[in-house]
Ligand binder design. Sequence first.
Ligand code: ME8
Length: 519
Amino acid sequence: MSASDRPAFYVTTAIAYPNGAPHIGHAYEYISSDALARFKRLDGFDVFYMTGTDEHGQKVQQAAKAAGLSEQEYASRNSDVFENMDKVLDISFDRFIRTTDEDHLAAAVALWERMVEAGDIYLDTYGGWYSVRDEAFYTEEETTVLEDGTRISTDTKTPVEWTEESNYFFRLAKYQDKLLELYETQPEFIAPATRRNEIVSYVKSGLKDLSISRTTFDWGVPVPGHPDHVMYVWVDALTNYLTGAGFPDTSSASFQRFWPADLHIIGKDISKFHTVYWPAFLMSAGIELPKRVFVHGFVTYKGEKMSKSVGNVVDPMELVETYGLDSVRFFLLREISYGQDGSYSEEAIVGRINSDLANEYGNLAQRCLKMVGRDFAGVVPTPGDFTEDDKALLDRANGLLEKVRGEFDQQQIHLGLEQLWLTLGETNRYFSAQAPWTLAKSGTPEDVAREATVLYVTMEVLRVVSILVQPVIPASAGKILDLLGVTDRAFTDIATPLVPGTALPEPEVVFPKYVTPKQ
Ligand code: ME8
């Protein structure tokens, strides 16, 4: 099927501030959205998956100054670090966007002009408590003064400074009712539901117009016609999702195909920007709204927030070095309920590697395939009639696609994995109960025929599970599929069972147990 025959699916991550090295929270967002993108591709969609870096604003400008580099140079260097990490993590992005890209500047200007045309932008003088770290203004009531006299944002604990300037404003208050109507009529617009409830009460409590330009620094997109102002970094940043689809050329094939975006994946600290400001900007500009914003939780280290000062910041590259890429990908997606906060620890990751990957999956494949090698000349054995137990297990495997798809379509990645591992658990119990090694030992023609059936059934379940787990652990699922002699790996191929007589490669261990090195 050519791309144009397949339904389109546009999924994005937040674009990171390249003002430092990527951390495990970034890696988590990329790995989880990558699993969702890969799932859709295998499920027959023409996927456009975008990630990138958010390079303008005071935060990046200050970091560049501190590093003694120009903003452009500094942003480029760090953006490359992010892009390189994506490659190490096997993130299957179709575009890595940078907000300094030429086409993005044109998109940001076009969005601004549309909001001006709608009469939603005006000039006013404004004073407020600005947090550079959050790139956000706070009202007096939203701040707290510490004992040493520093004022911070009560919510995010970041320092704020009184900032007064003549700014352009966006008529956000005007969109309050329209936004509430959106949440009401399209409840799936914000997920999980707890996040939607938070946003609904936030908007109900009243929206103020939003300051959307700055004159106190110049590292940003110049406001059209008023180059003494640069756009507020969030106006520029959010527009990246439109740029990716080909905006401002709304009649282009890509825009027609991929806009509105199907899914924005973001973390919980930026839900307001994506579910209040962003739809309001788009309503003003007369552009269709994205279909869904899914808000994931934060990754903590043993339940504690990671911070440079505490010294518990986990470098994702180091984790991959220690445990292997697929183990890290699997751990993050299986351990943490997607949409909630979750914690990382060495013990937890080793536990997942050894129980879920090495024992339940790898060892089952290894035991089964070794017997196929030894007793059936290394070709897929020919099954006899299926017993009730065989049929029950095969039916279960055949029903997996629908169940796992149901979970992935709601971004419940952990529950999709749960389905696969429940089935592996069931298959391990089946394998022990059928004891094919005893059948092999007896050696009678009936027992050997039965052994062939048991091994075939086990291989069939492994085939289906491996096809379905590819989005999460692409390389290792691929290796198991190689060992099973499976070349057709899309979800539509699940319906086509293994062909008896297919020659198999020499079995090998795909998931070794992790042994913690002695200190
Ligand atoms: O917010 N666990 O960039 P950013 C999980 N440039 N996710 C985390 C996390 C953690 N501990 N810490 C951060 C920005 N994140 C803006 C986005 S989008 C138009 C502009 C997530 O580098 C965070 O929630 O601070 C966000 O989704 C992403 O990492 C990038 O954060």
